[in-house]
Design a protein around this ligand. Structure first.
Ligand SMILES: Cc1ncc(COP(=O)(O)O)c(C=O)c1O
Length: 324
């Protein structure tokens, strides 16, 4: 009888596969999962928290795991430094979830970690901010790199959930289209895939996302973000109602420009400069009088990522200077 070869034996010959450079992931030692929200679910399951304190100013997808697990939650407000107004207690079975806003709040997380043992850092906007000791920290890769999905989790527990590996194949078309026919042509697919990321079970990071994340020049990506950020900051610091310490920037997500003018976003759009709103759900969660509502409307998050150089930033500033 002919012996069947196991698929585990490496094949020889056949067609040539897609070649990606084989480097190192940025967080090779962290848990690798499929989405940021599921990394939060992983923490909540392992730690068994009964109540989550979460900011009004965050993304609604954070609610997915909280609802799925039927955990109670309580919103808190932030001040003009985007730090929690802690007028509540965090009980021993409760946790404090805080977003590392734009990748600029690492020091706040450090300070909070000395007061709250059950702190969870949402570093979805702070890929390059490394986990702080004893703080459960999660990252969402697609906010920083051209990947369909993927998340990292630094968990202060040896407990592990038994999970299968995700497959990202059907969430990839927008990334291919952007190469073939331009970024705008892939936008519809991007939106569709965003929706498809909802309510996925917790899975290990797909082989595709992992392979893509292993081929990235992280040093260059971080350098470009810092350099573009500081280029904008030099000009915008005196126009920016949000003041922050720029001396510690570490590959932030965007340049946050807080400005009273109501139509900057629309005017930039006319020039094909796309500014995301962080976050549309905040308008539903808050009243007009709340600071978070103002932030959602007036925080203009300028792109500064690795795709851009100072000449792109100059173009951005040339458009902006007529609007400020
Ligand atoms: C602040 C914040 N946290 C968490 C997430 C969830 O990340 P993911 O889409 O990978 O689940 C997002 C974005 O979706 C986000 O903006």
């Amino acid at each position: 009888m002919q012996k069947e070869y196991s698929s585990k034996v490496k094949s020889i010959g056949g067609y040539l596969e897609l070649q990606l450079s084989k480097g190192q992931e940025f967080y090779p030692l962290l848990l690798k999962l499929n989405t940021g929200r599921n990394a939060l679910e992983y923490i909540l399951k392992v730690k068994g928290y009964t109540l989550v304190h979460l900011p009004y100013y965050t993304c609604e997808v954070i609610m997915e795991p909280i609802r799925k697990l039927g955990i109670q939650y309580q919103y808190y407000t932030i001040n003009d430094q985007m730090e929690p107004v802690v007028d509540f207690e965090v009980g021993p079975t409760e946790c404090l979830l805080y977003t590392n806003y734009f990748g600029l709040k690492q020091e706040t997380i450090r300070a909070l970690s000395t007061k709250f043992p059950n702190l969870i850092a949402d570093n979805s906007q702070a890929f390059f901010s490394e986990p702080i000791e004893n703080v459960d920290t999660f990252y969402s890769c697609r906010k920083f790199f051209g990947v369909p999905d993927g998340a990292y989790l630094s968990l202060n527990s040896e407990a592990r959930l038994k999970i299968e590996r995700d497959i990202s194949l059907n969430r990839f078309s927008h990334l291919i289209k952007s190469i073939e026919t331009g970024i705008e042509s892939g936008y519809e697919d991007y939106i569709k895939h965003n929706v498809e990321l909802s309510n996925l079970p917790i899975r290990k990071m797909s082989s595709l996302s992992k392979a893509l994340l292993s081929g990235i020049d992280y040093k260059d990506c971080k350098y470009r973000r810092n350099s573009n950020f500081m280029y904008l900051h030099d000009f915008l610091v005196n126009h920016n109602a949000y003041s922050f310490d720029a001396s510690t920037v570490n590959g932030p997500m965007v340049y946050p420009l807080l400005h009273a003018s109501p139509d900057i976003r629309a005017k930039l759009l006319e020039k094909r400069i796309y500014i995301a709103t962080y976050w549309p759900n905040v308008f539903e969660w808050t009243t007009k009088k709340m600071y978070e509502n103002y932030l959602a409307a007036h925080m203009i998050c300028l792109p500064i990522d690795h795709r851009y150089t100072h000449s792109d930033m100059k173009r951005l500033l040339n458009v902006l200077k007529h609007l400020l």
